[in-house]
Design a protein around this ligand. Structure first.
Ligand SMILES: NC(=O)c1ccc[n+]([C@@H]2O[C@H](COP(=O)([O-])OP(=O)(O)OC[C@H]3O[C@@H](n4cnc5c(N)ncnc54)[C@H](O)[C@@H]3O)[C@@H](O)[C@H]2O)c1
Length: 272
């Protein structure tokens, strides 16, 4: 049974949103980040670590039953940065978690793993990855790492391809990919507690009428989102009017991550 949860990236935006929910549901939460955390609650413990530092990460995972892995480079960056935090960093974390007997890992993957699919495509978790950035590629690596540790080492893993976590959808694209923090927590709990979980990939999206994704894998695992993007349509449409058109990104699921540095053939990308 999951009692002690290690939360990496605990100082970040999503980490700060999940902390109150995690510490209410679980006996002990270990908070780890490379950024200082100075407000631990009674059942929270702070263990700082840079993710590609094996000794610090080993200290962070000690005694944890499960890991919620949010830590890492959260947007596009130079390869050296993506590599250190999301490739080497996640490998270091998984090795340490396995050595410490951690039973479950919930991984904050991203919609940017499949960001080069056109917005007109409706895709499920079985479609091949089409990363839109070095960042998206690193998240595909993380999903594959979860498969390795589940299949070969007996861990139970859930990769959540998070759309965009916010209180409201911030523009038209995010009407399709929005994820309310409470719905994210529902998915995290599935990862930490579902008795039949082996290794699954789900989309981190609320109840969004304009979704790009067939999220049946999440529904199979019991996910029932409680927030609807359409309830905030006016906010999203008004926000979109203040954003310049992006002729490439506006046609891709990953938006600006796909148009940034784009020098390909858009027709081939859209129709293949
Ligand atoms: N915010 C979203 O909507 C969204 C969407 C898709 C995926 N995600 C993923 O969810 C996770 C959390 O996102 P967020 O929005 O809270 O980002 P964030 O930047 O606010 O938080 C990430 C945290 O990771 C820490 N971190 C980064 N590199 C590190 C390293 N090498 N060692 C130790 N700590 C390190 C940072 O200090 C930061 O506190 C990220 O992995 C991100 O890729 C987020």
């Amino acid at each position: 049974m999951t009692q002690t949860v290690l939360l990496t990236g605990a100082a970040g935006d999503i980490g700060s949103r999940l902390r109150p929910m995690l510490r209410t549901r679980y006996g002990r939460v270990i908070l780890s980040d490379r950024t200082e955390i100075d407000d631990p609650a009674a059942n929270e413990e702070v263990r700082p670590a840079v993710l590609d530092d094996p000794d610090a990460v080993a200290r962070a995972v000690e005694g944890a039953d499960a890991v919620v892995h949010l830590g890492g480079q959260p947007v596009e960056a130079e390869w050296s940065t993506v590599n250190a935090s999301n490739i080497q960093g996640m490998m270091t974390l998984m090795q340490a978690a396995h050595a410490a007997g951690v039973a479950r890992v919930v991984f904050a993957s991203s919609n940017h793993v499949i960001g080069m699919y056109p917005r007109t495509a409706r895709i499920d978790h079985e479609r091949p990855v089409r990363p839109d950035s070095r960042y998206g590629l690193s998240k595909a690596f993380g999903e594959a790492l979860c498969a390795l540790y589940a299949d070969k080492h007996g861990m139970r893993c859930l990769s959540i391809r998070i759309g965009n976590v916010a209180d409201q959808p911030a523009d038209l694209r995010r009407l399709s990919i929005w994820l309310h923090p409470e719905d994210l927590f529902q998915l995290v709990v599935i990862g930490l507690e579902h008795p039949d979980l082996h290794n699954a990939i789900v989309f981190g999206a609320s109840d969004n009428a304009m979704t790009f994704w067939d999220n049946r894998e999440a529904f199979r695992l019991g996910y029932r989102p409680t927030h609807r993007a359409e309830d905030h349509r006016n906010v999203a449409v008004a926000a979109q009017e203040r954003i310049d058109p992006d002729p490439i990104g506006d046609r891709l699921q990953g938006g600006g991550f796909g148009s940034d540095e784009f020098d390909g053939d858009l027709d081939r990308t859209l129709w293949s």
